[in-house]
Ligand binder design. Structure first.
Ligand code: PEP
Length: 260
């Protein structure tokens, strides 16, 4: 089995300006240092608003902080008359490691489809960064017991035309929409059911090497109090964390799950 380093990625959404970002990143780094964090056990990352990226880059690179960082979205276009958009090249220039694509909020509020998300994943990969590709069902699908086929259909579309090597390098975030920002966390068994099914589908589509290597996160109301049980599941390789990532001490405890 591949040695997958769990990825604990904070998704700040539209929170924390660049001044606040500096404080949160420094506090997070201090908490990790104090606890003698071992980055080979768990990777700490923050997905920040575009306007925070340069500040976070300066701190991470200047102070050699044990953190990676990235953006929450990317334009499909390389450059040109696309007012308000940010290209993959611009993000790569800021040394982003990751870009979240297809978060349920982008799907809901900006009409992003699986096809658009697939194109965005390709743009991120072409830019030399790692997409964190989000999938997940809404409550009606969960209530109907259709979560596995629904999410696998999303996986087929968001990974379309990607090579085994590309899929091995990326991150899939399983985020049941009913658990995002609601305090309603999926049980560890719920998370494992879908994350395991995603890995099996990757094996079917692209082979064992890709399925062993791809990191599959769970996201949805992850906190320091529930992360250990979730991470005990064999196909859960980390978490995409919204609300709890805004508090650096709480997020540090999530990153440090392996010490408990
Ligand atoms: C998210 O924003 O992806 C998320 C999972 O949010 P929360 O942890 O607040 O549910």
């Amino acid at each position: 089995m591949a040695n997958r380093v769990p990825l604990m990625a904070g998704n700040w959404k539209m929170n924390l300006n660049h001044v606040e970002a500096a404080g949160v990143v420094q506090k997070l780094a201090w908490s990790l240092k104090d606890a003698k964090h071992d980055a080979s056990q768990s990777e700490a990352a923050v997905m920040v608003p575009f306007t925070d990226l340069r500040t976070v880059q300066t701190l991470v690179e200047g102070d050699k902080l044990p953190l990676t960082y990235g953006a929450q979205d990317v334009s499909l276009h390389a450059s040109g008359a696309y007012t308000g958009e940010i290209s993959a090249d611009m993000l790569a220039k800021l040394s982003c490691a990751y870009v979240v694509v297809g978060h349920s909020e982008r799907r809901d509020y900006h009409g992003e489809t699986d096809e658009i998300i697939n194109e965005k994943a390709k743009v991120v990969l072409a830019g030399g960064m790692i997409p964190i590709v989000c999938v997940g069902e809404k409550l009606d699908i969960r209530k109907a017991g259709e979560q596995v086929p629904f999410v696998l259909a999303q996986v087929d579309k968001v990974l379309a035309d990607l090579s085994a090597e590309q899929v091995a390098s990326l991150v899939i975030a399983y985020e049941p929409v009913w658990a995002i920002g609601t305090g309603e966390v999926a049980t560890p068994d719920d998370a494992q059911e879908v994350c395991g099914a995603i890995r099996a589908r990757v094996a079917e589509l692209l082979g064992a090497e890709a399925s062993d290597a791809v990191r599959i996160q769970y996201g949805g109301s992850v906190k320091s109090g529930n992360v250990v049980e979730l991470m005990a599941k064999p196909d859960v390789d980390g978490a995409l964390v919204g609300g709890a990532s805004l508090d650096p001490e709480e997020f540090a405890k999530i990153v440090l799950f392996y010490q408990r």
